[in-house]
Design a protein around this ligand. Sequence first.
Ligand SMILES: Cc1ncc(COP(=O)(O)O)c(C=O)c1O
Length: 427
Amino acid sequence: MIESRDDLYGASSPEALAQEVAENYREFVNPPLARVMKISGSPIEVRARGCTIWDSTGKAYLDFAGGYGVFTLGHSHPRVVAAVKSQLDLMALSGKTMFNVLLGRASRRLAELTPGDLRISFWCNSGTEAIEGAIKLARAATGRAKIVSTHDAFHGKTLGALSISGRETFREPFRPLLGDVERVAFGDASALDGMLDDAAAFVVEPVQGEGGVNVPPEGYLAAVREACDRSGALFIADEVQTGLGRCGYRFGCDRDGVVPDVMTLAKGLSGGVIPVGAFIARPDVWNRAYRKAPLLHTSTFGGNELACAAALAAMDVLEEDGLVANARARGEQLLTGARAVAAEFPNVVASVRGLGLLVGVELTNEGYGGSIIPEMLKAGVTAAWTLNQQRVIRLEPPLVVTGDEVGQALRALRAGVATAYQNLGVL
Ligand SMILES: Cc1ncc(COP(=O)(O)O)c(C=O)c1O
C-alpha cells in the first residue's frame, strides 16, 4: 500500500499528482495520447509487485495487460531485482573495450535454453532492435535482399521492422520503407510456394500477438522450416512475445519441435526488470554474415552488465519455478473461462483464442472495447487491445499468475462484457 509522501514522488496528494501528470503529458509527452488516456480514465501507476499494480490512490489492479507481455515473472521479481541491485554496485553498463563476464554467461545460458543449435547471441535493448539485427544478419548471410513476412504481423516500429509489419496505418506516413518486402497469409504454409526462392528470410511469429492473437495450425512452423530449407531462405522466428514460456512452451517454436535459423527475443527476457532484447543464430548463419567483420552490427548499450544480470536471473527463475508449466495450466483456465463468457454473450464476443497465457478475446464490434476495458479497470483488472487489431482484447498476465487471480480476471471480463451489452445493445 502507499504509505508515505515518497510513494507519491513528492506530490502533496494523489489529486496534485494527477494534475501534474496530466499537465506534463499534455504539454511535454504526447498531447493527443494525453486526451485519450484522460477520457478512458487511466489511473497513475506508482508501485507493482507480482501480478499487481497499485495506483496513486492505493487501488490495486491485477495486471492482465502485462506490459504487452513483458512481465513474465510478474513485476519486480525479487531474485531479478536483487541480481540487478548487486550488479549496480559493481558495474552498471559495459565499458565495451574489455571482456564482459555476464554477457558471456547470459549468451551461454540462452544457447542452453533455446532449441537445437541456436548458439550465437547478439544483445540489444528492445524487440524492434532484435528484428533489425536479424534482418541484417539474414541479408549479410545469404547475399539476398528480399524479406517475406505475414499479413497482420507485428515486428516493431523502427524502419526495418515496420517495413515487414502488417498494419498499413502504422506504415503509411513513413514511406518509402525497406524495399523488397513481400507479405503472405499467416498460418498457411502453401502461401510460401514460390515466394522464398530469392528471399533472404521468412520472418514469422509462432503466434501472432499484436495481429489479434492468431494461433496457426499445428505443423505450420514445421512446414515453414521445410520451405526455408528448400529455398535457402533463413527462417527467423520472432519470439519477442511468444518466447520464454508465454505460450505454455519454453519457446513458441517448441510446439512444432522446430529449430529456426534465427530467433528474436525481448519483452520477458529480463523477466520485466531491465529493457533487453537479443537475437540468437545458428553458428553457420552467423559465420556466413560476420566471420570476417565482427563489428558490422553493434550496439553501445547492448549486452550491458545490468541487462545480462537480469536476464540470467530471469532465465533461472523461469526454469526453477516451473513457470512454463504454470503458463500452460493457467492459460487453459483462462481460455476456458473466457470461452464461457463468449458463449453467454455471443452478440458481444465473436471468438476467444490463444495459447498458454497469450489469450485474445475478439469482439463482434470494435465499439464494445471502449466500454469493456474501462469496466474491467473499475473492477481492478487491466487489459489492452492488440496493436494491429483493435477488435481483439488481449489477456496476457504474468506467468506467475495463480488460479484465484485468473478467476478474478474472468469475473471482471464477464462484468465488462455484460455492462457493454447492457449499455450498447447489439452494435
Ligand atoms: C512479436 C513482436 N516483435 C517485435 C516487437 C517489438 O518490440 P519492442 O516494442 O520492444 O520494440 C513486438 C512488440 O510488441 C512484438 O510483439
